[in-house]
Design a protein around this ligand. Sequence first.
Ligand code: PEP
Length: 250
Amino acid sequence: TPEIRPLVAGNWKMNGTRSALPQIKAIAEGIEGPLGAKLDVLLCPPSTLLYVATALCDESPLLIGAQDCHQQVSGAHTGDVSAEMIADCFGTHVIVGHSERRKDHAETDHLVRAKAEAAHAAELTAIVCIGETGDERSAGQALDVLKRQLDGSLPDGLTAQNTVIAYEPVWAIGTGVTPTPDDVKAAHAFIRAELTSRFAEEGARTRILYGGSVNPRNAATLMAIDNVDGCLVGGASLKAEDFLAIYRVY
Ligand code: PEP
């Protein structure tokens, strides 16, 4: 198996005003040093803070990304943000297909794929989120759901550079509950097999993050699982101290 550089990513969701900028600064300063050379660290604040965040992290290895983009380049889409606008703010990544967007905004796999393609066209890395609900897991359909989401949400142009997969079981997001290490291992092995079968070498090297209630206590266990190439962190990324503690498990 190829050596994959881990990615620790934070998703602030709809949290954070200018008063949170010292937290971003603290994260940026906290990842200076030798450990920072071993992995990538990304923070996705709300889009209102994107430009000021990248300006603040100008001299830092901390990467800044967005939480969503529109599928089209520009036009009459009131309230939406294009991939090019994110790139223009020096963002490097964009999350697409987060379960909260799939639910709150009825985003389909087809739409998520179009958003990932828009991200690629703007030279952003798309972090494509997939994951089953609690009901789907109870019904024994978890892997079927992941297959359908992978098939439907990933563009043909996927490379290990332009795409990251985030496996986020919906029932584990913001609940403090995580799957067992065996369940994480099985899901990530399944995703890896699907990626390799469709995208060959690029799929073998694509990062697969785990997300859902990652915190400083459980991160070491989760990050040690086969085919877990980092994490997507919601709640615990809001405090620099907690986010840095997760980063330090590497
Ligand atoms: C997320 O929303 O991507 C997430 C993983 O949230 P939390 O860490 O709060 O469960």
